[in-house]
Design a protein around this ligand. Structure first.
Ligand SMILES: Cc1cc2nc3c(=O)[nH]c(=O)nc-3n(C[C@H](O)[C@H](O)[C@H](O)COP(=O)(O)OP(=O)(O)OC[C@H]3O[C@@H](n4cnc5c(N)ncnc54)[C@H](O)[C@@H]3O)c2cc1C
Ligand code: SF4
Ligand code: SF4
Ligand code: SF4
Length: 385
């Protein structure tokens, strides 16, 4: 039976809990806010299936993959779709294709208090909620079973998730039943803790004295390349900040398994990979001149290729090569901050407001370092003159 002695060994994909016929595995939240499998030994019959299905290792299934994926820069033809998506809106082109074929789409939306959860969506209107990246680990509870049920009913299914989630799903779904399943992963930097996301929302609500009615993890108000999150409060006020984004890029809030991620390469556990196309200028300097967003799309399998060709009327495409789009998380896992352990210790002992001041952009340290940077710039300018 599955037993997690080192937290880095489990990405929380739920494949083991889903496969257990005895219902012996539940996913329990730890003190950092991430879920791990716990086995009820009274129910377990020691069949070994949970260990077999786990795909968080280097030998995950790549049997359908092209030797080298085909790489494209992509933008949706409809600018409104680009504005409301994280990058070039490739996702909505794919989900529209699935709906045209009377299928269902699984992606990440929100539950109470903007908790990120995977959801089953059956129409275009509801699919708007899935648009945009939620930079926090999503809850997958029960989803793999729903997908299996849809496939047994003969429906087309699109699942979008982090590579560890798609690897888990691929391993859980029997290959024979997966003909109508299109799996898309994202290039993944790492997932922050849902607990810290909730703490941050509470912090903002207390600060503003109003509840939050809308969130956007990456508001394009200052363009696609600038990274800001935004909130709309009950009183109608909109606030744009970079506090959560800042902690995200400092690599302080990630799940421990992200430090040893198995999927930061070009052999993807999916049919199609979606990402931001950093460095798009090298391919065509006009393509994203308005800075509203450009998708990188990797086509990894024959099934992916068939669907990609079917959505061509919806998208502008420029073909490129893997060498031109190799961003860090296609080469190695994100390097965790040397302050990672201290950050979590401080959070557990002194609370969220404290770590925001010490490690984030809310304290005197951050303000002093910004001031120091500005003074340096001024001195350099004076010397140049
Ligand atoms: C945690 C995280 C880390 C990422 N890291 C990188 C990176 O390092 N480099 C890079 O180029 N791109 C990264 N991305 C992907 C990128 O932000 C866009 O999601 C991707 O380019 C798709 O954009 P789009 O315009 O096609 O679709 P959008 O309309 O923006 O669709 C987003 C899709 O992502 C899914 N999604 C949203 N949040 C999550 C989540 N928390 N977990 C799983 N799936 C989710 C939605 O279900 C939807 O299908 C990351 C995304 C996430 C969620
Ligand atoms: S060994 Fe079999 S019965 Fe026991 S927890 Fe794993 S899947 Fe369930
Ligand atoms: S990685 Fe997935 S399958 Fe493996 S132990 Fe964790 S939750 Fe279970
Ligand atoms: S970095 Fe790897 S382990 Fe972490 S969420 Fe992304 S795919 Fe999963």
């Amino acid at each position: 039976m599955i037993h997690i002695s080192n937290k880095q060994d489990c990405c929380g994909c739920t494949a083991c809990a889903s496969i257990c016929a005895q219902n012996a595995i539940s996913m329990a939240i730890d003190e950092m806010g991430f879920k791990y499998p716990i086995v009820n030994t009274n129910r377990c019959t020691d069949c070994g299936l949970c260990e077999k299905v786990c795909a968080f290792h280097n030998n995950y299934d790549k049997s359908n993959n092209f030797v080298v994926p085909f790489a494209y820069a992509v933008r949706h033809r409809n600018m409104e779709e680009i504005k409301s998506s994280r990058s070039g809106a490739m996702f909505i082109a794919l989900s529209d294709y699935i709906f045209r074929n009377n299928g269902v789409v699984y992606g990440v939306g929100y539950a109470t208090h903007f908790r990120a959860v995977h959801k089953r969506i059956t129409n275009r209107d509801d699919c708007k909620e899935l648009k945009g990246s939620k930079y926090v680990q999503s809850d997958l509870d029960g989803i793999f079973h729903q997908i299996k049920g849809d496939l047994q009913q003969g429906l087309y299914v699109l699942f979008v998730g982090t590579p560890c989630q798609t690897a888990g799903l691929r391993s859980f779904i029997n290959k024979k039943n997966s003909e109508k399943l299109l799996i898309c992963d994202i290039v993944c930097h790492g997932v922050p803790s849902p607990l810290l996301w909730d703490e941050y929302l509470n912090y903002m609500e207390q600060k503003m004295d109003y509840t939050i009615e809308q969130v956007n993890f990456r508001d394009k108000v200052k363009g696609w390349a600038a990274h800001y999150e935004s909130f709309i409060f009950q009183n109608g006020k909109k606030i744009i900040t970079h506090t959560f984004t800042d902690l995200f890029y400092k690599h302080l809030m990630f799940r421990p398994s992200c430090a040893v991620c198995k999927y930061t390469n070009t052999q993807r556990p999916s049919d199609i990979t979606l990402a931001d196309f950093w460095g798009w200028e090298k391919v065509n300097s006009d393509f994203n001149k308005d800075n509203m967003g450009c998708s990188l799309v990797l086509v990894n399998s024959e099934k992916g290729q068939r669907v990609f060709e079917a959505v061509l009327p919806e998208i502008h495409v420029i073909s490129t090569t893997i060498d031109q789009c190799l961003q860090p998380n296609l080469q190695h896992p994100s390097f965790f901050s040397p302050l990672y352990a201290a950050f979590w210790k401080d959070y557990q002992q002194k609370g969220f407001a404290f770590v925001l001041r010490r490690y984030g952009d809310q304290g005197i340290r951050y303000k002093l370092s910004r001031l120091k940077g500005k003074i340096k710039q001024i001195i350099k300018r004076i010397i140049r003159k």
